[in-house]
Design a protein around this ligand. Structure first.
Ligand code: ATP
Length: 300
């Protein structure tokens, strides 16, 4: 579990993280989203003790990183996959990590197998492709079998096979009951991977809710209704506070659920041919959430 308590980080005049409080729970994938410069990496670095908060606290399993007796066994992270010693083999890289963190040597071959690098374990990490480097970074994160894992942009630059592999791995790690905190700019990927979303903008919390709630709460989410005669229904829904748009043979209804619309139609005895929730993509919901918090927005 990750707990942030009024976490704040300032660099001179820039407030990178601004009074952030939240809990990332085990057993699910929490997506960490926000525009460029929102403060995601800074937050992750503070959780890992790589940056000191100006005020507030970041805790892993109830403790600050510096207080963890065996940090790699509590929290694993993939922050920058290129931060490797290029001359070392993948196996030697992991062995060095295991040695300094009191992790049994046998675990190295185990994690190499988990990430599919057993066959190239003797090759120098500097010769690895981006995808292989990413797998090695994940092997390092898994080395201590930690209950909490953080991934910063894990699928950046990967081919579709690599993306699918990481998605499955992340889902299976969550299913084992671990706490998974993943940042990404790829909304379509997050929609497939995350259960819970934390969205920040300019260092501040914009949303902390289940994915389904973020999608349903988007202003453009709504209900489509089709039928031969919808005037009475339209009037009734509008009177109840819904935003109703007449689109010819259908109504587009905002601010009401399919249940609300179905109940009203039934009460009025209105015949319906279709009653369906309008799917909003996470990309759309995200754009609406973060519209005001984008640092360098183009014209939309
Ligand atoms: N070491 C630093 N010194 C000064 N400013 C910094 C430093 N690190 C980050 N910042 C600033 O803090 C803010 C948050 O940056 P951060 O890298 O955490 O954002 P991010 O959400 O990870 O962005 P991206 O999606 O682009 O990776 C930015 O305005 C950035 O310029």
């Amino acid at each position: 579990m990750i707990t942030l308590e009024r976490l704040t980080k300032r660099y001179g005049d820039t407030t990178a993280v601004d009074d952030l409080s939240l809990v990332v729970r085990p057993g699910g994938v929490t997506g960490f989203l926000g525009p460029n410069g929102a403060g995601k990496s800074t937050t992750m670095r503070m959780i890992l003790g790589l940056d000191r908060p100006t005020s507030g606290r970041a805790l892993v399993g109830g403790r600050a990183y510096a207080e963890l007796a065996h940090p790699l066994r509590e929290v694993g992270a993939l922050l920058d996959a290129k931060a490797l010693h290029p001359g070392r083999s993948a196996r030697d890289h992991l062995r060095a990590l295991a040695r300094t963190h009191d992790i049994p040597r046998g675990r190295v071959d185990e994690v190499l197998g988990m990430v599919g690098l057993s066959d190239v374990a003797g090759r120098r990490a500097g010769t690895f492709s981006l995808g292989m480097g990413q797998r090695l970074g994940i092997a390092a994160a898994l080395l201590g079998d930690p209950a909490t894992l953080m991934f910063d942009e894990p699928v950046n630059g990967l081919d579709p096979d690599g993306v699918m592999w990481i998605r499955r791995l992340i889902r299976s790690l969550a299913a084992e009951g671990r706490t998974i905190f993943v940042s990404s700019h790829l909304m379509s990927e997050m929609q497939l991977t995350a259960d819970q979303l934390v969205v920040i903008g300019r260092g501040r919390l914009l949303a902390d809710a289940p994915l389904s709630e973020v999608l349903a709460g988007a202003p453009t989410a709504g209900v489509t209704v089709r039928g031969p005669e919808l005037t009475a229904l339209s009037r009734e829904l509008a009177a109840a506070g819904a935003v109703v748009r007449d689109e010819g043979d259908r109504l587009s209804v905002g601010g009401a659920s399919v249940e609300d619309v179905g109940r009203t139609a039934h009460r009025l005895g209105v015949l319906l041919y279709e009653l369906s929730p309008r799917q909003v993509s996470l990309e759309q919901a995200y754009m609406e959430l973060t519209a005001e918090a984008v640092e360098y927005g183009g014209t939309r």
